[in-house]
Design a protein around this ligand. Structure first.
Ligand SMILES: Cc1ncc(COP(=O)(O)O)c(C=O)c1O
Ligand SMILES: [Zn+2]
Length: 402
């Protein structure tokens, strides 16, 4: 309603909003919707938003949809912020989480797909395809099939079983790839042209960012338009963190917040191309990460597309990039569980990162810190090892524990 153009984030070329778009035809850069902030300021206010029912779609004016009728919804809640108890094992006093695991399909990926599918339906798209570590595929399966589209999903063959089942049960045509997400992406690229699919690959279309940016809108409103100084976000392909940054920038442009929070990008040390590039002062990831391996399936992206944009978001917010090991992630999963928070490995990496940063003394212990719990642990239990033989097996009529 208030979008005025789509802009290449690399060369600045402008594109119309009502055409089906992928990446910049000039330079391959990622495309971003731009809005008319004067018109938005005139028509929408914080007070108006406060009067609306708390839901993801309350920010409809900030999305590139022509009307409410375009919305493809599975009942997305406005996800809660919870304050962590002071019993946790770090000394930061103002620690919060945002629980994205409550969204349909159990991860924040629902946001991107809810908006992308709504927009693509408006544009007349009937067949969509995605290479995915898993959660983006199941979210697309949920929204795409709800919109009556054919959904083709390509994921690494070792994707968590629950996510594979979820995608199949939701009605996607699922293909496992004997490789990583980067191999799946090449297959979608090749076959997409042959079969006429719209390719919903991470950072290769402007639609998904718009859904993720609503996280920033919710966070800002939940913190009374004074968002936390630091936001930790687990990052693989980078759409989540780019969406957050875009959302906060739009709010700053409207004058609704003063400052974009510092973004803390977290990866697994088994696949940390962004952390390496950022900490070495590079403007983009130049080399594919070799032998990418981590229990945090969504962070196993060896060479993210449009990495320059992710690194720009970090630089602009005086951000931090940090990698944590799988053992640290596992220990954080357990620590979170004891606080009543079921964080998937990607999400638990944020607590592991916080524990690590505590030793570095970079953040002030009084600052507000928000950890984004991007998904629910239940989807991953089958990937976390438990030595079953060590759990005692009782006879049917056991009358003692010996
Ligand atoms: C639960 C979860 N958290 C975080 C991420 C990373 O998100 P992004 O690819 O947008 O960086 C993923 C990606 O699959 C994920 O599934
Ligand atoms: Zn361009």
């Amino acid at each position: 309603m208030f979008e005025k153009s789509v802009e290449c984030s690399k060369c600045g070329k402008l594109f119309p909003c009502d055409k089906v778009l992928s990446v910049c035809s000039e330079c391959g850069g990622a495309l971003l919707f731009r809005y008319d902030s004067d018109e938005l300021t005139e028509k929408v206010s914080k007070d108006l938003l406060a009067r609306r029912q708390k839901s993801f779609w309350k920010f409809i004016e900030f999305l590139p949809l022509s009307s409410q009728k375009s919305i493809v919804s599975l009942g997305e809640p406005y996800t809660p912020i919870l304050r962590l108890p002071n019993t946790h094992d770090v000394s930061f006093k103002n620690l919060f989480i945002k629980d994205e695991g409550r969204l349909p399909t159990g991860t924040f990926k629902a946001r991107g797909m809810a908006v992308a599918v709504s927009k693509l339906k408006e544009l007349g798209i009937k067949r969509v395809a995605i290479p995915s570590a898993g959660n983006a595929a199941s979210a697309l399966a949920a929204y795409g099939t709800k919109a009556g589209m054919d959904v083709y999903a390509f994921m690494p063959k070792d994707v968590p079983t629950a996510i594979l089942k979820e995608s199949v049960f939701l009605g996607a045509k699922v293909y496992l790839v004997d490789g990583l997400i980067s191999h799946a992406a090449k297959i979608v690229e090749k076959l997409g042209r042959k079969y006429g699919w719209f390719n919903l690959s991470t950072n290769k279309q402007p639609y998904r960012f718009e859904g993720y940016k609503i996280m920033a809108f919710e966070i800002a409103e939940q913190f009374d338009w004074n968002p936390p100084e630091n936001i930790f976000f687990p990052t693989g392909g980078g759409e989540g963190i780019i969406g957050l940054w875009k959302g906060f920038n739009e709010l700053k442009e409207l004058g609704w917040i003063e400052k974009t929070p510092r973004l803390v990008l977290v990866q697994s040390s088994g696949c940390a191309p962004l952390v390496k590039a950022y900490n070495e002062g590079e403007a983009e990831v130049k080399k594919t990460w070799e032998n990418a391996d981590t229990i945090a399936a969504g962070l196993r992206v060896p060479h993210p597309y449009a990495s320059y944009l992710i690194l720009r978001a970090l630089k602009e917010t005086d951000g931090i990039a940090i990698a944590v090991g799988d053992e640290e992630i596992l220990s954080s999963i357990k620590a979170f569980m004891k606080m009543g928070i079921y964080a998937c490995p990607e999400a638990a990496s944020t607590l592991a990162a916080l524990r690590k940063l505590e030793n570095h003394r970079i953040l002030d212990t009084d600052e507000n810190i928000l950890l984004c719990i991007t998904g629910n642990l239940m989807k991953y239990f089958d990937t976390i090892k438990l030595e079953r033989d060590k759990v005692p097996l009782l006879d049917k009529d056991a009358d003692s524990l010996d």
